[in-house]
Design a protein around this ligand. Structure first.
Ligand code: PLP
Length: 225
């Protein structure tokens, strides 16, 4: 069941920003180098509006369809919204995703790279693109395997003419997250990628220590899903 919006989320938002700032400073980083992606999946517009009214403009959704139902009205009411797709993308949804999102964080296989490249050509829209890396090599999880990441990034660039801006990962739930974050950082660095989307409600401080530029926070902000 979805819990409706409560002003509580505003207190939580302030706390999250304070934590981000502290974690960045502790790591010797500029707090402005860490962006909060508010993960609003499953939450209705009423829960999202107070967060928009508080000034947040960066949001993450994991389903194309859900985002396309919820966000047109919210975007019209609050200019400057930037929407990230953080869930798996099917190639038959590539057109909608390229047309609707400002950043697709889940590019992870050749078929998707090709479909996205085609839609970029047709539409002239250029969403930012991140490669999702399956750092834990979990069979059920999306993402390119770490040992194939370099080759896939090169393939996206050379064969499909895509501009890749960053990497994203979701560490295995039962693992220590730090080796996964460190690995993603290393892969980004050696491929010249500036954006590192890693860290969720439970581990975003650690992710900031290890170089995250985008932390994706859902439940710590909006409450339980
Ligand atoms: C749901 C989700 C999040 C947010 O997770 P929380 O633990 O609720 O902060 C972050 N990233 C992805 C890819 C997600 O699907």
């Amino acid at each position: 069941m979805i819990v409706p919006a409560e002003p509580e989320s505003l207190a939580r938002l302030a706390e999250i920003h304070a934590t981000i700032d502290r974690a960045a400073r502790d790591a010797g980083r500029d707090p402005a180098s860490v962006k909060l992606v508010c993960v609003s999946k499953t939450f209705p517009a009423e829960a999202i509006t107070p967060i928009l009214a508080a000034g947040e403009r960066l949001f993450g959704e994991n389903r194309v369809q859900e985002a396309m139902e919820k966000w047109p009205a919210l975007r019209a009411a609050y200019p400057g919204v930037e929407l990230h797709l953080i869930g798996p993308l099917q190639s038959n949804k590539a057109r909608e995703a390229v047309g609707f999102f400002d950043c697709i964080e889940t590019v992870d296989r050749e078929k998707i790279a090709r479909a996205i490249a085609e839609e970029i050509q047709k539409s002239g829209r250029h969403p930012r693109l991140y490669i999702q890396v399956n750092t834990g090599a979990e069979p059920q999880k999306a993402g390119v395997l770490p040992q194939e990441a370099d080759r896939f990034i090169t393939q996206c660039r050379k064969d499909y003419g895509l501009t890749i801006s960053g990497l994203m990962c979701i560490p295995p739930v039962d693992d220590q997250a730090s080796p996964h974050f460190a690995l993603l950082n290393k892969l980004a660095e050696r491929n010249g990628l500036a954006d590192l989307s890693m860290g969720m409600s439970a581990d975003y401080e650690l992710a900031i220590q290890l170089g995250a530029t985008h932390v994706r926070i859902g439940s710590a902000l909006f409450g339980h899903r």
